[in-house]
Design a binder for this molecule. Structure first.
Ligand SMILES: NC(=O)c1ccc[n+]([C@@H]2O[C@H](COP(=O)([O-])OP(=O)(O)OC[C@H]3O[C@@H](n4cnc5c(N)ncnc54)[C@H](OP(=O)(O)O)[C@@H]3O)[C@@H](O)[C@H]2O)c1
Length: 155
């Protein structure tokens, strides 16, 4: 059980990375609100997470919401969306005063497969872009190299 309990909004919480990280936060006593562009889709994913938390002593809870509503109810916000459309989404959210964690890898997908995108001439990152867009939030980058299957796995 964590010593301080947070409500963590997961933007893009219906994807494998957001669901997996949200599950891990909830396993350790935090309440999570999985965000989506479609609240009903997030609620269905929250049901999956809650089903896995039933037997975990001290676990937090999961629920689903539209992204903006998830942010409004949280003190910590995890960004777990693709890089495409990231800036527009981040700019649209009310993140002032929140602690924001970004696991976003700036990737592009085309006929070459997945490959890295250059941000700010090679000097930037998705987390730094988010910080520039939301100067009144505190943005940190984390979990970029933690793969979703491991987060949702049994260990
Ligand atoms: N997958 C991994 O193993 C892994 C590992 C490390 C880091 N990451 C990073 O974590 C982030 C999420 O990865 P993922 O694999 O979970 O991604 P994903 O499945 O492609 O997308 C996650 C969610 O983002 C929402 N979304 C998609 N496009 C959007 C847009 N244009 N605007 C707003 N929301 C949008 C969708 O939710 P709704 O349709 O419900 O809105 C989707 O379910 C990425 O930046 C990735 O680089 C992933």
């Amino acid at each position: 059980m964590s010593t301080s309990r947070h409500t963590v909004a997961v933007i893009g919480g219906t994807g494998p990375q957001g669901k997996g990280l949200g599950y891990r936060f909830a396993r350790h006593g935090h309440d999570i609100v999985l965000g989506s562009r479609a609240a009903g889709k997030a609620s269905a994913v929250a049901d999956e997470v809650n089903a896995r938390l039933v037997s975990v002593a001290g676990a937090g809870t999961a629920r689903g919401a539209a992204n903006a509503d998830a942010v409004a109810s949280a003190d910590v916000v995890l960004l777990a969306v693709p890089y495409d459309g990231h800036d527009e989404l981040v700019a649209s959210l009310q993140l002032a005063g929140k602690t924001v964690i970004s696991c976003v890898n700036p990737l592009a997908f085309d006929k070459r497969g997945a490959h890295g995108r250059v941000v700010n001439g090679g000097e930037g990152s998705a987390a730094e872009s988010a910080q520039a867009l939301q100067p009144e939030a505190v943005v940190v980058g984390a979990f970029h190299n933690v793969a979703a299957p491991a987060l949702w796995g049994d260990e």
